[in-house]
Design a protein around this ligand. Structure first.
Ligand SMILES: Nc1ncnc2c1ncn2[C@@H]1O[C@H](COP(=O)(O)OP(=O)(O)OP(=O)(O)O)[C@@H](O)[C@H]1O
Length: 289
C-alpha cells in the first residue's frame, strides 16, 4: 500500500505525492478570516488547556492523526481515560492508560533515549535532529496531565511524573521528542509558569476565568483583551493559539469525528506495520493499561 498523501487526508498541505512528514507544518484549523492555520511541531512542544468540553481532545486527535500518518515519526500515547487517544493505540509504540507505574516507566525510558540521542549528537558535533537523521521523531501525546501529576498514585509518583514531563518538555525538542499535552485544569499547580513557558505553542480553549486563560497563554494577555474566557461555551474547538514570542490568534480547530479517526488509524496502522516491520520499537511497556 502506498503511503497516504495530503489529497487522501485533507489534513494539511505538504509536498504533493509524498508521505506526510512531521517536519512539515500541521493544519490545525482556520483563523477568524477563514484562512488555514498551520503549526510546525518539530523542535517544539504544544500545550492545550481549557474547561471540560472545550475541544482539547479533538485538537489532540487532529495532531495525533497527522503524526500517525508520518512515517518519520513515532507515537507515544498517555491517556488516563483511554478512549480519547485509544483509537491510535495500534499506530503507537506505546499506549498507557490509567496506570501511573507504567506511565513513569515509559517516561523514564524516553528520558534515557533522549540522553542517548544527545550523546550521539554531541559525538557528531551537532545540535539537533534533521529530516534525514538516523533516528525518527517521537510525538508524546498526553491527554490530561493532571490525571498523572495530581490525581492518581501517591505524592512521590505524581511528583516524579511532573518532573519527568518537565525534563522531556525542556530538553526533548532538539532530539525530536515533541510533547503535546492537554489539561482541563489550567491552574498554577498543574501548569506552573516555568513549565508553561517551555511550550513553544499553547492553545487555550474556553476557560472558566481570565486567570486560567493566562495560565495557558501567558501572564498579562487577559488584561490586553485576549482571554479564552470570552469564547462561547457553545463553540467547542474555538480557542486562542499563541506561539512563543507571538500574540494570540483566534482559531477554530479542525475536527475529526470518531469514524474518521478510526479510518485514519486503521490506514496508518497498516502503513506503519509495513514500513516499520524491520525496525526496533519502544515496546517495553505493554500496550494496554
Ligand atoms: N473543532 C471542533 N468543531 C466542532 N465540534 C467540536 C470541535 N472540537 C470539539 N467539538 C465538539 O465538542 C465535544 C467536546 O470536545 P472534546 O472532547 O475535545 O472536549 P475536551 O475539552 O477534551 O473535554 P474533556 O476535558 O471533558 O475531555 C466533541 O465531542 C465535539 O462534539
Amino acid at each position: 500500500m502506498q503511503p497516504m498523501t495530503v489529497a487522501d487526508t485533507a489534513l494539511g498541505p505538504v509536498k504533493p505525492g509524498l508521505p506526510l512528514s512531521i517536519f512539515d507544518s500541521v493544519h490545525v484549523g482556520i483563523d477568524e478570516f477563514g484562512l488555514p492555520v498551520r503549526v510546525p511541531l518539530i523542535w517544539r512542544n504544544l500545550l492545550i488547556g481549557g474547561e471540560p468540553g472545550a475541544g482539547k481532545s479533538a485538537l489532540l486527535n487532529v495532531l495525533v492523526a497527522y503524526a500517525a500518518l508520518c512515517l518519520d515519526c513515532r507515537l507515544i500515547l498517555l491517556d488516563g481515560k483511554q478512549v480519547e487517544l485509544g483509537q491510535w493505540r495500534k499506530c503507537a509504540d506505546a499506549f498507557v492508560g490509567p496506570h501511573i507505574v507504567k506511565a513513569l516507566a515509559l517516561l523514564s525510558r524516553i528520558q534515557t533515549m533522549m540522553d542517548n540521542r544527545y550523546a550521539y549528537l554531541l559525538d557528531c558535533e551537532r545540535r539537533k535532529i534533521t529530516p534525514q537523521d538516523v533516528f525518527t521523531a517521537y510525538v508524546v501525546a498526553i491527554d490530561e496531565i493532571a490525571y498523572y501529576s495530581a490525581t492518581t498514585g501517591d505524592k512521590k509518583q505524581r511528583e516524579e511524573f511532573a518532573s519527568l514531563l518537565r525534563d522531556l518538555v525542556a530538553r526533548g525538542r532538539a532530539v525530536g521528542i515533541i510533547v503535546i499535552a492537554a489539561t482541563q485544569r489550567p491552574s498554577s499547580d498543574i501548569i506552573p509558569t516555568s513549565l508553561r513557558d517551555l511550550f513553544a505553542w499553547r492553545f487555550a480553549g474556553r476557560c472558566t476565568n481570565d486567570s486560567s486563560s493566562d495560565i495557558v497563554l501567558g501572564h498579562g494577555w487577559a488584561n490586553k483583551g485576549w482571554t479564552a474566557n470570552a469564547i462561547s461555551p457553545n463553540n467547542p474547538g474555538a480557542g486562542l493559539l499563541i506561539a512563543e514570542g507571538g500574540s494570540p490568534q483566534l482559531v477554530k480547530t479542525a475536527y475529526l469525528d470518531d469514524r474518521t479517526c478510526a479510518a485514519i488509524a486503521a490506514y496508518a496502522g497498516e502503513m506503519r506495520a509495513t514500513a516499520t516491520a524491520d525496525r526496533p520499537r519502544l515496546r517495553s511497556v505493554p500496550s494496554a493499561a
